[in-house]
Design a protein around this ligand. Structure first.
Ligand SMILES: [Ca+2]
Length: 529
């Protein structure tokens, strides 16, 4: 299927750029100094913004890891997949279908060498051992922490990055706090989990591989990403490189090593500074090989942030090399139970240190407000992109597939990247009209649809019982329908749902239209001309 698809594609003989896509984990709109942060310092990422283009209206398609990554890689809204809310479980089956085009298969078909280093979290096909229960779904479709006992870690891990278009993979199945605590290279687990580990978080009290240290996962990924770049440019292969680098930073638990104490925003802030080191390592590697100027480097995040350091888990961090954590930060700050908008943020509260990880926007990871969806998005491409430009064009990360197709001269087929629209014209000219005027997103925890169209935002009511991850247990509106005028009310404080029934009707219609139509059919729609 894929082979026949690629055979009709012509390789573009011109000097195609290398493409490096760095997707940070849970980095918020307000987490970088180039986006206004003052308590953390991110000079390497800021330099990319200063020498490239900084988008201020970039949205993820869902406010949680798995669905957002699904959209990034496939160009389809995640709500078209089987995953309607929440994330892929520890040993869950693959979310991307075998015949779906991904950014990697697309670029591989264009002659790129493709590599993925980092956190996959889109499901894999694991093999069960003879201790496993008869019903495989009781392991694959379950959050039971004992499931690792039923996995044959010596068997190949199938239908992961390699079968979805990547020539090379090194990384983890899921987040740093999720079992299995093992590294996977291509389709093999390098070392099976066999050793106990310190419980830093409510998930991690099951065995880890001997080569796994939860504190250095992001550093291991960074070193491997640099190796991929080195190996690529040291080989005599003249193919361009596509590196997809979903980092481990700054997902919880935040356990800094060489950046500990560097920020003024606690352990989480220190990991933001480690992430800045990660980006610098990638930049230096590209420069070393003279490849920096002809690389389209995009830096972004998969969803909005956590508010800060969680009190509920801090006691589990306060041991070993984190026993001094309470000094000097802790005494200067009181835990915050209420956010600036007056909403309770978890009953145990957070230490935010006055750092606003979501900037001026309301909500955090997994919510349906803009703090959950808006992410930093920086495009650095000296050969083609103007320096120091701020771009206010609304874009969605689901658009990356069509944009990369555009960059490499590929014509997408009707079934590929159904919700993806190229914003290449906006990268080349920040005054060009937007490629999209609307987008239909989904709340990560609620699974409720969220529509944004020409400055208006509509949020469906969360279904009852569907808010397991929210940071607003006592906040307003979560079970209500909402309508906001983002131009006048970017912090989403005035719900206009009752006052503006005609606008609501328009937004509901938009959701229904997009649900029923793919990309090609949508051309010519009034919301999308
Ligand atoms: Ca995430």
């Amino acid at each position: 299927m894929l082979a026949s698809l690629f055979s009709c594609r012509q390789e573009t003989p011109s000097k195609r750029p290398n493409i490096v896509l760095i997707v940070a984990d849970d980095l918020g709109w307000g987490d970088l100094s180039s986006y206004g942060a003052t308590k953390v310092s991110t000079p390497s990422i800021d330099a990319l913004a200063k020498e490239g283009m900084r988008f201020t209206n970039a949205y993820v398609s869902s406010s949680l890891c798995s669905p957002s990554r699904y959209s990034i890689l496939t160009g389809d809204y995640s709500w078209r997949s089987r995953l309607k809310h929440g994330v892929v479980k520890y040993y869950e089956r693959p979310l991307i279908d075998a015949d779906q085009t991904t950014i990697a298969s697309l670029l591989k078909g264009q002659g790129y060498k493709t590599a993925c280093v980092g956190k996959w979290h889109l499901g894999l096909d694991w093999t069960l051992n003879d201790k496993a229960p008869a019903d495989p779904d009781s392991v694959f479709d379950s959050w039971d922490k004992n499931n690792y006992q039923y996995i044959d870690f010596s068997a190949p891990v199938k239908n992961g990055p390699i079968e979805r278009g990547f020539d090379y993979f090194f990384g983890t199945a899921g987040s740093n706090n999720m079992q299995p605590y093992v590294y996977i290279e291509n389709d093999r687990v390098l070392m099976a989990p066999s050793e106990p580990q310190q419980a830093y978080d409510h998930y991690v009290n099951v065995p880890k591989a001997p080569n796994w240290d939860i504190r250095t996962v992001n550093q291991v990924f960074t070193e491997r990403a640099v190796e991929v770049i080195d190996n690529h440019f040291q080989s005599d292969n003249d193919a361009p490189l596509f590196l997809y680098f979903p980092t481990s930073a700054i997902h919880r638990p935040c356990l800094p090593t060489f950046t500990k104490g560097k920020s003024k925003a606690g352990l989480r802030g220190d990991i933001v500074e480690e992430l800045d080191w990660t980006v610098d390592q990638v930049v230096q590697a590209l420069k070393k090989h003279g490849a920096f100027d002809n690389t389209l480097l995009i830096f972004t995040s998969d969803n909005g942030p956590r508010p800060g350091d969680p009190l509920i888990w801090l006691n589990t961090y306060a041991n070993g090399e984190y026993e001094d954590f309470h000094q000097p930060y802790f005494d200067d700050y009181s835990p915050e139970y209420i956010d600036p908008k007056g909403n309770a943020i978890w009953s145990n509260g957070w230490l935010t240190y006055g750092h606003r990880s979501a900037g001026q926007y309301r909500g955090f990871k997994s919510d349906s407000w803009d703090g959950a969806f808006r992410v930093p998005f920086i495009v650095h491409w000296p050969d083609r992109v103007d320096r120091g430009v701020t771009n206010e064009t609304p874009i969605c990360l689901v658009d990356l597939l069509a944009t990369f197709a555009d960059v490499t001269g590929d014509d997408l087929q009707e079934h590929e990247g159904r919700d993806s629209y190229s914003f290449m014209s906006n990268i080349l000219d920040h005054t060009a009209p937007p490629a999209r005027k609307s987008m239909v997103l989904v709340g990560g925890a609620s699974g409720a649809f969220v529509a944004i169209s020409e400055g208006w935002k509509y949020i469906e009511a969360a279904p009852p019982g569907r808010w397991p991850e929210t940071y607003y247990p006592n906040g307003p509106d979560r079970m209500q329908y909402q309508l906001y005028n983002l131009k006048e009310d970017p912090a989403e404080e005035k719900n206009l749902f009752e006052q503006m029934p005609e606008k609501v009707e328009e937004m509901v219609l938009l959701v229904e239209q997009v649900k029923g139509r793919g990309r090609m059919e949508a051309v010519g729609m009034t919301n999308y001309e």
